[in-house]
Design a protein around this ligand. Structure first.
Ligand SMILES: N[C@@H](CCC(=O)N[C@@H](CS)C(=O)NCC(=O)O)C(=O)O
Length: 239
């Protein structure tokens, strides 16, 4: 079973997850759910998707994940996994072909540390444009984002590689990508003017098949954001 339109309270619970598959509860414009979608595509995992209406959630979804958040994965055995980095690590371990995380403990720790640092500013990609629309002062948030993007750029300069952990794409690239896909959504492109390596990384990412499979156009992101910013998100925009 797979749905595109988001399901609401009162929608019957979907049947069990087929044995050779995994299920993703998602929302089409969620950057966190996109992380999981990127990993599912990159690893060629068979999955179905159920999009949840996050303002009118089905009761059975809240029973599976009391936090009521996407991404949430469900396995054929009825195991439920949530929090985007955890879902992605789970997939990398449960489907060992084409590993996305490094094999050494330090390699894994290095990527997790990078993600942890980025998590302090990831929501700035939303907060800055929302607050700008409300006419609020965003100079503090802008300064924080600038520092963080400069650090990412410096990392790429030092490493001299196409991606964050080498010349091939790995988990950390997929964890960061959804926010950079949305840079035009919030008119944040000027932030890349002083980070040329990050700009190049973005161009390399756009060539990746998993990115291509999960991307929304700038126009769609902008249209979704317009509703989101005034607390009227249209989860089914474009369908
Ligand atoms: N820390 C979570 C964040 C996920 C998240 O914020 N998802 C949003 C949609 S983009 C959500 O499910 N919101 C529903 C709610 O808060 O009720 C993760 O990494 O998975």
């Amino acid at each position: 079973m797979s749905t595109e339109k988001s399901v609401i309270k009162g929608t019957p619970e979907p049947g069990p997850v087929p044995k050779d598959s995994i299920r993703l509860y998602s929302m089409r414009f969620c950057p966190y759910a996109q992380r999981t979608r990127l990993v599912l595509h990159a690893k060629g995992i068979k999955f179905d998707t159920i999009n949840i209406h996050l303002r009118n959630k089905p009761e059975w979804f809240l029973e599976k994940n009391p936090l009521g958040m996407v991404p949430t994965l469900e396995t054929p055995a009825g195991e439920v996994i949530y929090e985007s980095p955890i879902t992605c690590e789970y997939l990398d371990e449960a489907y060992p072909e084409k590993k996305l995380l490094p094999s050494t403990p330090f390699g894994k720790a290095r990527q997790r540390m990078m993600l942890e640092h980025f998590s302090n500013v990831e929501l700035h990609f939303y907060k800055i444009p929302v607050r700008r629309l409300k006419g609020e002062d965003v100079s503090g948030l802008e300064a924080e984002l600038k520092v963080s993007l400069t650090k990412l750029d410096e990392h790429l300069v030092k490493k001299k590689t196409k991606f964050f952990d080498g010349d091939t794409i790995t988990m950390i690239d997929y964890m960061l990508w959804p926010f950079f896909e949305r840079i035009e959504m919030g008119d944040l492109e000027p932030f890349l003017d002083n980070t040329p390596e990050l700009k190049k990384w973005r161009a390399h990412m756009l060539e990746d098949p998993a990115v291509k499979a999960t991307i929304h156009s700038v126009e769609s992101h902008k249209a979704f954001f317009k509703g989101y910013a005034v607390e009227k998100p249209d989860y089914d925009y474009g369908l």
